[in-house]
Write a protein that binds this ligand. Structure first.
Ligand SMILES: *Cc1c(COP(=O)(O)O)cnc(C)c1O
Length: 405
């Protein structure tokens, strides 16, 4: 028998659950794109987009997904043949490097593996070794969505400064924006890449680049910044259409407006705290499960290096795939696949999964997903330690006892 009938829950790290408010806001006929309310509404998006990023800098919006965001950053930061230093702690850092290489950028990758945080000593050494300052920018993920490792951005900034290197710092915040604390200006970030379909709770289709004044002055002359990708006219348009280099993505913009309202109503610091509390509940459950079966465990050992929006875990092949299939078909919860941990053609692939707790998600959704996972482990005879659900519930209870919202 299946117990999946009812509202399904897509607990994969993007696209995230879209709030009904956002869907309703998008459900409208085409507005006039030349004058009237749309123009005013879009003007109001920019201050709120700056606020979620923690910057007073420039914002360029692209019609595209996260890969479009990478391409936009690459196109504006580098000319063909120029050099990037890329930090990789999982599949997404490697993919950004590959995207850069495909555009003719020379990408030097510092690969820290799939389960360890970036070693800032190595970063500093690589920059010091670049005595001719050929590296134009350092690229990194904030949270790598595959490994779920979080990179310490202030420490990275400090490493660049300690090396006395002028490279710009560009950070992919697609998995963490609106989930995990991020402060672009305070942390000395020059370029930040985002997309709308994760913490910003809007269907896939918008990518964002925030860039500092120093990035604006040093970039934008690149031979890769073709008319569609050049960030200048998008951030400082003379005509409305230049923001999009064409027709505005009208429905998406109304959806984004609503999502930004929801974040403002809750308060960004509270949004971060909610994600941290729900992540902590997931981590407590995994700690308990792994006591009864060492094959179960989180990918990132130290909680300070874990992202707050998604948790990568191993279950011992083939149990991760069995559990994912059970959760979806029997209980209506879709968990994320393990990405980049093992090739999909190998048996080991079936030992990894990810639990997302990203965007429009609350205690009952996360506790429900954990309870479904435990039911699946029981149904499939996957050995696991006791007390996971009680431990997760304790974390939620403790979080609600804190004063404030
Ligand atoms: C999701 C994600 C991407 C890619 O986004 P797409 O919309 O799939 O192109 C890139 N980087 C990070 C960190 C992500 O989480």
């Amino acid at each position: 028998m299946s117990l999946a009938h009812g509202r399904p829950y897509l607990a994969i790290p993007g696209p995230s659950v879209i709030p009904d408010r956002v869907l309703r806001a998008m459900h409208r006929g085409s507005p006039n794109i030349y004058e009237g309310p749309l123009i005013d509404m879009v003007a109001g998006l920019f201050p709120d987009l700056r606020a979620v990023a923690g910057t007073t800098g420039h914002v360029a919006i692209y019609i595209g997904n996260g890969h479009a965001g990478w391409e936009a950053a690459n196109a504006n930061l580098f000319s063909k043949g120029e050099k990037a230093l890329v930090l990789a702690v999982g599949q997404f850092g490697l993919s950004w490097a590959n995207a850069a290489r495909a555009m003719g950028i020379e990408a030097e990758v510092l690969d820290f593996g799939k389960s360890s945080p970036a070693d800032m000593g190595r970063v500093e050494a690589a920059l010091r070794a670049d005595t001719r300052h050929e590296i134009k920018a350092v690229l990194t993920t904030h949270v790598d969505t595959a490994s779920t490792i979080k990179t310490d951005i202030p420490a990275l900034r400090a490493a660049i400064d300690a090396a006395g290197h002028p490279a710009l710092l560009a950070v992919d915040c697609i998995a963490s924006l609106g989930c995990d604390e991020f402060r672009m200006d305070d942390w000395g970030v020059d370029v930040m890449v985002g997309a709308c379909q994760k913490g910003l709770m809007t269907p896939p289709g918008l990518a964002f680049i925030w860039f500092s004044e120093s990035a604006r002055l040093r970039c934008g002359q690149s031979d890769l910044a073709s008319p569609y990708w050049a960030w200048g006219p998008r951030a400082e348009p003379e005509e409305f259409y230049q923001i999009w280099d064409g027709t505005a993505p009208t429905s998406h913009l109304y959806g984004l407006r609503e999502a930004l309202d929801m974040i403002r109503e809750e308060g960004l610091p509270q949004v971060w705290k909610r994600h941290h509390a729900l992540a902590s509940a997931v981590w407590a459950a995994f700690d308990a499960w792994s006591t009864g079966n060492p094959a179960i465990g989180m990918n990132v050992a130290d909680p300070t290096h874990r992202g707050w929006s998604v948790t990568a875990a191993r279950f011992g092949a083939p149990h991760a795939t069995r559990l994912r299939e059970w959760c979806e078909s029997k209980a209506g919860v879709t968990l994320g696949i393990g990405l980049g941990m093992a090739p999909s053609t190998e048996p080991a692939y079936h030992g990894f999964l990810r639990v997302a707790h990203m965007g429009h998600v609350n205690a009952h959704m996360t506790l429900g997903a954990l309870a479904v996972m435990e039911a699946g482990m029981s149904a499939l005879d996957i050995p696991h330690g006791p007390g996971a659900l009680a431990a997760a519930a304790q974390v939620v209870a403790a979080a609600t006892r804190h004063t404030g919202p």
